[in-house]
Design a protein around this ligand. Structure first.
Ligand code: HEM
Length: 552
């Protein structure tokens, strides 16, 4: 923005004030650049030093003031032991403040949401007064599509309404046989790793991510991804991984492209690789959609996953009904591709990470593991093929999963930008202000969850009082309000189905550390014995998680 404004002003000055007798050509270019550099330097000094320190209406809010003047607080955040530990220090220092203000890169002011009331205002009451920051949206829509994640305002409301059916509890209920089938496949992987040995160790993150991706294939797309791999030169997982995991130059191109569209103009291998992977993925999805439409139209689509319908089939059927009733198409093929990419990205890694933290918590809390197993065995004795409702009725399992999500929320942060001036909790927030929602802040807040907020204790869910019991904003692993994760019932059912299967076949002994030591428990603080990846978009263990287990 500054570049454009300063360039425009310098060009204007040169064009308007240039006398006809003055030299043209090279001296004119030099004059333009000299002016441009001076204007740009003045603009930067104003933005980085003058505005945030002397003029901003936010400068008096509580918050740290020891920032680096170019990198703000980001160096401190990147060097911290977890992507949320610096935020936690701030919230301990200013526990009562609705917002904590800090300075990020090149003088950008950020408000960290710090009270239940402020969370309610940002996520619910004023939800559509905030949007996902355009830079962030530009960066990610290239990979995950627009879908729900990046729809805003009326478009978002409309899409949520249209997708309510496919992601509702009755639809998820019917998907349970698929979750259970995939959980059995997963336990075969554990079984295979054991072979004849008394115990074995598996890299959990990798194994679980592969499994949850296959589940997404069945439940979202209605296909077996392994079958798809045999009809394309590269499998779905391989193409997806090429989009997500790029070489450093690939990430740099992504960053620049979010500011200035350079994709089509960049003749570099890293760029071609990304464009090829993106085209391959979209072509695979387009092929699946067209075939499913045709099969549904001529009645040849086979319900291969029991009585359930995958989300794609559900969407196509809903769309056909809507077309019949109103004569209007609800979604174009590109819209559907956007939703499918959203579900794939939002639904597989977050669930895999939650499962990995579940295995970590089981491995380090053996008494809790035994109690869970007893609860599940009691159910299986009465009902060897439990359905959605009976698994949902396992009270201790429910508390366990919520406790994992409280201390290890895989989607631990979300960002917003104010689209108008507004006042929240007495704080005047100017249009354009960046907002940080850091989920662990409320999850580990002593004023909300008590003095032992950082201790893993599933029973706390039955003993909640005060704001932990009264406010939905005390638990934000799926966020809250109109943008709450629409896949939460899906994710909870999948996580529980996997835990029911694994807990009845294996005992989790501990986590193998990098130094070869086995971590078995006794810890009283979040994430003891593992390192958190930082910086990272999701809350995951750095370098993976090696879980040691034995057969029961
Ligand atoms: C344990 C697993 C999961 C966790 C922790 C989780 C968490 C979240 C969070 C925190 C958000 C809000 C993001 C934001 O606004 O910045 C979100 C949004 C979303 N999630 Fe999930 N999610 C999980 C699983 C799933 C699954 C399985 C699906 C789909 C099958 C899904 C689909 C979505 C979609 C489409 C959105 C965007 C919603 C909107 O903006 O209206 N998620 N999720």
């Amino acid at each position: 923005m500054d570049l454009l404004t300063c360039g425009g002003l310098a060009a204007f000055e040169v064009a308007v004030w240039q006398s006809p007798r003055q030299a043209v050509g090279w001296p004119l270019v030099k004059r333009f650049f000299a002016l441009f550099l001076i204007l740009y330097a003045v603009a930067k000094v104003y933005r980085i030093i003058v505005y945030p320190n002397f003029l901003s209406p936010l400068r008096h809010l509580p918050g740290p003031n020891d920032q680096n003047f170019v990198l703000g607080q980001e160096v401190k955040k990147f060097k911290a032991e977890s992507p949320f530990s610096v935020h936690l220090q701030w919230t301990r220092k200013w526990p009562e403040a609705p917002f904590i203000r800090y300075v990020s890169f090149i003088g950008t002011e950020v408000l960290l949401v710090n009270s239940l009331a402020a969370h309610k205002a940002v996520l619910q009451t004023n939800v559509y007064d905030f949007v996902k920051p355009p830079f962030f949206a530009g960066l990610l829509t290239e990979i995950v599509g627009t879908g729900l994640l990046f729809a805003e305002g009326e478009a978002h409301k409309n899409e949520r309404r249209l997708l309510a059916g496919p992601l509702s509890v009755p639809s998820v209920r019917k998907l349970l046989p698929v979750f259970r089938g995939k959980a059995r496949d997963l336990s075969e992987v554990f079984e295979h790793a054991l072979g004849d040995k008394p115990y074995a160790a598996l890299e959990a993150m990798e194994t679980l991510a592969k499994s949850t991706m296959e589940t997404i294939g069945m439940t979202v797309l209605g296909i077996d991804l392994k079958t798809l791999a045999s009809t394309h030169s590269l499998g779905f997982q391989e193409v997806w991984s090429r989009l997500i995991h790029q070489e450093p130059l690939g990430y740099l191109i992504m960053l620049v492209n979010a500011l200035v569209p350079i994709r089509k103009l960049t003749p570099l291998k890293a760029n071609y690789r990304f464009l090829q992977a993106s085209a391959d993925l979209r072509s695979m999805l387009r092929g699946i959609i067209e075939k499913r439409k045709a099969d549904l139209a001529d009645g040849t689509f086979k319900e291969e996953i029991g009585e359930s319908r995958d989300l794609l089939t559900y969407m196509l059927e809903d769309a056909a009904l809507h077309q019949k009733e109103t004569g209007k198409d609800v979604w174009s093929v590109d819209d559907i591709i956007g939703h499918l990419l959203n579900f794939t990205s939002a639904g597989h890694e977050s669930t895999a990470t939650t499962l990995a933290w579940s295995l970590y918590s089981l491995s380090t809390h053996h008494a809790i593991q035994d109690r869970l197993r007893s609860e599940i065995n009691l159910l299986l004795e009465a009902n060897p093929e439990p359905d959605y409702d009976s698994i949902s009725g396992l009270a201790y399992l429910h508390n366990f999963v919520r406790e994992v999500l409280r201390l290890y929320p895989s989607s631990y942060m979300s960002q917003r930008e104010a689209v108008r001036d507004l006042i929240i909790e007495g704080v005047a927030i100017p249009k354009g202000t960046q907002i940080d929602i850091n989920v662990p802040l409320m999850h580990q807040h002593p004023l909300v969850w008590g003095a032992d907020a950082d201790v893993f204790n599933p029973d706390r869910w039955d003993e909640r009082e005060g704001s932990a019991a009264a406010s939905p904003f005390a638990f934000e692993a799926f966020l809250q309000g109109p943008r709450i994760c629409p896949g939460r019932n899906f994710a909870l059912a999948e996580v529980k189905a996997v835990l029911v299967e694994l807990l009845t076949r294996f005992r989790f002994l501990g986590i193998e550390g990098e130094d070869g030591e086995l971590l078995t428990g006794g810890e009283e603080c979040v994430g003891k014995g593992v390192r958190f990846a930082n910086p990272s978009l999701t809350l995951r263990p750095a370098g993976g998680l090696r879980v040691r287990f034995e057969r029961l």
